[in-house]
Write a protein that binds this ligand. Structure first.
Ligand SMILES: Nc1ncnc2c1ncn2[C@@H]1O[C@H](COP(=O)(O)OP(=O)(O)OP(=O)(O)O)[C@@H](O)[C@H]1O
Length: 288
């Protein structure tokens, strides 16, 4: 749906995007993850036609009128009702668009007759999504749609994005990696303007981070950590209070060898299991 080649953007001396080759598959929910200042807003701005690239190309497999964009903090005239906001967007994009249907999808049926000046930030964000999807876009670009919201508001917006799967290709940016992990099937990791990883989220979780086991112990852990480090299949050991995190070259090794190695080190094992793979850890492994 989106392909860029060697896309770069300079602000004076500052290189905000460095030869980015983005590939967003048709029908995907693509999460653009990156710290503040990584270049996410710049990239979305260029894709949306709101900013000009310094060099490189952008190909979008949808006509401009079928591409919808939502800024991170959408603003609406406060005296309009939610329904009027969406009706205006519908009139400008697609007269066939289902105003009440998208308001319902956004969970705003009860509030649609109220003036938006009284809406919470989460409701405004959902109203922004409703106004963006009423024109039945094929591509939806969302810049940090949930990052500024409280947990309840974030939950509502993430659920709404998840429900869009199958109706449009969605690209959304976030510095909250848990949100990306939860909603996206494909991820791009942007760091200092460079796309460090892009592909299925599972590939990133397993590939970048490597398998690790968490061992909870009773009593001192240092001598156990020391003994484990001597094994060739152990890549690293982190120690915590009554806990070890053991990096291994392959899970098969951990399953076959770790219990034996712990017993040999006279460890008092409370529990043992694979560490939950989080995008947060994969991201840190990739960007450190
Ligand atoms: N108009 C501009 N003029 C000069 N520098 C800019 C401009 N816009 C962005 N930058 C710089 O380019 C870099 C990328 O900014 P951008 O806003 O794209 O990042 P971001 O990942 O969206 O960050 P955030 O999460 O904070 O919004 C930053 O270092 C920023 O300071």
């Amino acid at each position: 749906m989106i392909a860029t080649t060697a896309l770069s953007k300079r602000y004076g001396e500052h290189l905000a995007l460095d030869e980015v080759a983005l590939h967003v598959p048709e029908g995907s929910v693509y999460g653009l993850a990156g710290r503040n200042g990584a270049g996410k807003t710049t990239l979305i701005g260029i894709l949306a036609g709101l900013r000009r690239a310094t060099s490189g190309t952008v190909t979008i497999d949808a006509p401009p009128e079928r591409v919808a964009v939502l800024a991170d903090a959408p603003r609406f005239d406060p005296w309009l009702t939610g329904r009027e906001v969406v009706a205006l967007a519908q009139r400008l994009t697609d007269p066939e668009g289902d105003i009440d249907g998208v308001l319902d999808q956004a969970g705003l049926t009860d509030a649609k007759g109220r003036r938006v000046g009284g809406y919470s930030r989460g409701m405004l964000q959902r109203l922004g999504v409703a106004a963006a999807i009423v024109g039945r876009p094929r591509l939806l670009l969302l810049d940090e749609p949930a990052s500024a919201l409280d947990p309840q508001g974030r939950r509502e917006v993430l659920d709404l994005i998840a429900r869009l799967r199958g109706t449009a290709t969605v690209l959304f940016s976030s510095h909250i990696l848990g949100d990306v992990q939860e909603v996206c099937d494909t991820v791009g990791v942007l760091d200092h303007g460079r796309l460090l990883f892009q592909g299925p989220i599972d590939d990133l979780l397993v590939g970048a981070a490597g398998p690790r086991y968490v061992v909870r112990l009773r009593g001192p852990v240092d001598h156990v950590a020391h003994a484990l480090r001597a094994h060739p299949w152990v890549t690293h050991v982190e120690t915590g209070p009554e806990q070890l995190t053991v990096g291994v070259t392959a899970l098969e090794y951990a399953e076959a060898e770790l219990p034996r190695a712990l017993a040999a080190a006279d460890a008092l094992v409370v529990s043992l299991g694979p560490e939950e793979l989080t995008l947060e850890r994969a991201f840190l492994a990739l960007t450190q």
